[in-house]
Design a protein around this ligand. Sequence first.
Ligand SMILES: NC(=O)c1ccc[n+]([C@@H]2O[C@H](COP(=O)([O-])OP(=O)(O)OC[C@H]3O[C@@H](n4cnc5c(N)ncnc54)[C@H](O)[C@@H]3O)[C@@H](O)[C@H]2O)c1
Length: 272
Amino acid sequence: MTMGTRLQQQVAWISGAASGMGEGIARLFAREGAAVALVDVQTARGQAIAGEIRAAGGRAVFIECDVRQETSVRSSIEQTVREFGGLQTLVNCAGIVQVKQLHELDESDWDRLMDINVKSIFLSIKHGLAHLRKNPRSYVVNIGSVGSFISQGSTPAYIASKGAVLMLSKSIALDYAAEGLRCNCVCPGITDTPMLREHLNMTPDPEFTLRNRLRRVPMGVPLKPDDIAKAVLYLSCEDSAGITGTSLVIDGGYLAAAEWEHPGTTRFMEPL
Ligand SMILES: NC(=O)c1ccc[n+]([C@@H]2O[C@H](COP(=O)([O-])OP(=O)(O)OC[C@H]3O[C@@H](n4cnc5c(N)ncnc54)[C@H](O)[C@@H]3O)[C@@H](O)[C@H]2O)c1
């Protein structure tokens, strides 16, 4: 692979790295010179991706970790530090979605989603901080959603969790700026990942559902995991020096669109 240098010397812990955006982030970070710890519950996929990164000349290790569990998160961070000699960046990308109305949710559904989408961020920073603060600059990027700003039907826990991710990112930015840490939130729109496909496959005609949803997106196409990874990379290096406590929305224009008619086709639908 062609190696860049934007993250040279950097060690990054990336949750949710066995699939979708997390996988894209791990691959891009490795191409830019970072040593990456791929943290996930999907062991076989995570190991395979880490193996591919190493085979291409990158530095990567897969660490099995359930981000809901404090002991699991702490030991994944310790293992990252043992493996690569430090820790400069945390990317909290692990997440799940549930499609149910509030009255259909069990307490255990609510707790599971909040633990994976929100508590995991608290745990990674709590246990990563001692290592992050050893660097003159360190970075935390949390993956929110357009759902950090606007709601959608039948996903109350998810929407609540993504609102929390945005505000938690701001709080962290304030409390640790004195230590050289910058914390930001990347908020994706419709992105073509296994999570999106699983969601679409619950509908009678997945391709129709996707086309229909994309009528609310000015660019008219789903985002690629790499589009999100590039934003995370930007916020994880000095290209974004000066940016903390904020959000970067990557949504093809979704949040800009209210009263408006989609033209049907756009040049973003054609290959470059
Ligand atoms: N795909 C979209 O359209 C979209 C839009 C906005 C935000 N997001 C957010 O982006 C993030 C990544 O989603 P994605 O679309 O790449 O989904 P994905 O399902 O492809 O990847 C999510 C990863 O998180 C891992 N994970 C789930 N529970 C875990 C746990 N307990 N411990 C460790 N890992 C766990 C999964 O195994 C999976 O590898 C999520 O936070 C999601 O909410 C996705």
